[in-house]
Design a protein around this ligand. Structure first.
Ligand SMILES: [Zn+2]
Length: 380
């Protein structure tokens, strides 16, 4: 395992590219973000685009997909107060929303926003989650599709062509150049980055009824063209800073995770809405790629100069890679899985080149049952 020389991202991250000096592409685009990009020019470009969509206030003139998290609340707030738009917020309800998730959606409405919530068919949700968990190694797979399909469906249904997404995750966390420079999110982006190679048509092949999958379908090309649906990343036009977004929203009354950091990381302000994302989803990423949410958070904090690389490596080792406990029993009950079956699935997805094994090839676990990485990126 090789770690970026500047941040703490390992080369096991899918699609990340390192240059000859051993620096990852996310750090290089961060250089651009902090030094090269003319943000005033981007702002002017954005305002020109928005002028074509801005209404007189009698109708909603853009859609903001929201989780109720700090970033989506910031997006809604910025579009309304900085750019004078009249947004309609759309929330794809997680399978199991946390209490703080509910509170933050109410915060958003108290802040002066209209909200549509789509709570998808839970019978299908459960079956899709089983596929995500056992076949794809992502318990939140149905959620990761629904948050991208339902706002586009609402855009078509309500005839609101403009959708404002938040950060471009390939720009913030690394990914191929054509995706880093993207300012538009379309069907190709969805299929390439969110669906893990498994398409809706595969579900039909698995025996799912297309009529039960409405929430997870992208509208037809014909509908998209008729309405002229355009998706833009706010993170392309304004300099994105998740922590600054959090600080502004906190001042306005947004809620952090009660009781401190979310499982698997050292921050208390990300992935608060869904019971499974904060713990289990990030843990599954850890067993597959050897890094979790604390690494993601540390990379961003290092690039903003808030912590050193060494602190980042230690934070990652301290906080991520522990079997989540808080909501795991709820999840296993939801998909009808025993603890033994859970461990069997975990072992199947665990990367044998990243974690310590005994002579028989079985993973070695510490007293807590957690895996031990071969390389944490620093000498202990
Ligand atoms: Zn890096």
């Amino acid at each position: 395992m090789r770690y970026c020389k500047r941040c703490v991202m390992p080369d096991t991250r899918p699609e990340i590219v390192f240059n000859d000096e051993g620096v990852c592409d996310a750090c290089l685009s961060s250089d651009k973000k902090h030094a090269e990009i003319d943000w005033d020019a981007r702002d002017r470009q954005f305002r020109e685009i928005l002028d074509r969509y801005r209404g007189d206030g009698s109708k909603w003139d853009c859609i903001i997909p929201v989780s109720g998290g700090k970033d989506s609340c910031y997006q809604a707030y910025t579009m309304k107060h900085k750019y004078g738009m009249t947004p309609l917020c759309v929330n794809f309800t997680p399978c199991e929303m946390t209490e703080v998730g509910h509170k933050n959606l109410e915060f958003l409405r108290d802040l002066g926003f209209d909200l549509i919530q789509i709570g998808a068919n839970r019978e299908v949700y459960r079956e899709m989650s089983k596929i995500g968990f056992h076949k794809l190694g992502d318990c939140c797979w149905p959620e990761h599709i629904g948050i991208f399909t339902t706002p586009v469906q609402i855009a078509v249904q309500f005839n609101i062509p403009l959708i404002i997404w938040g950060e471009n995750s390939q720009l913030e966390y690394g990914g191929p150049a054509h995706a880093r420079e993207a300012q538009v999110l379309d069907r190709r982006w969805l299929e390439e980055y969110q669906m893990l190679g498994y398409r809706i048509s595969d579900l039909v092949h698995d025996g799912f009824d297309m009529r039960e999958l409405k929430a997870w379908q992208y509208p037809s090309d014909e509908d998209l063209h008729r309405v002229g649906v355009t998706g833009l990343f706010l993170g392309y036009f304004t300099k994105w800073d998740g922590r600054a977004n959090m600080e502004l929203m906190t001042k306005l009354g947004w809620h952090h995770n009660p009781g401190g950091p979310v499982e698997g990381t050292y921050t208390d302000y990300e992935n608060l809405d869904c019971k499974w994302v904060g713990g289990l989803h990030d843990y599954m990423k850890f067993v597959k790629y050897g890094y979790g949410r604390a690494t993601d958070n540390a990379c961003i904090d290092i690039r903003f100069g808030r912590i050193t690389r060494d602190e980042g490596l230690r934070l990652a080792k301290e906080w991520e890679g522990k079997i989540p406990h808080k909501y795991l029993p709820d999840y296993l009950k939801f998909i009808g899985c025993t603890m033994d079956e859970f461990m069997e699935t975990m072992n199947r997805f665990t990367n044998p080149y990243i974690f310590k094994r005994d002579e028989d090839g079985n993973f070695i676990r510490d007293e807590q049952g957690d895996l031990i990485k071969l390389d944490y990126g620093f000498e202990e």
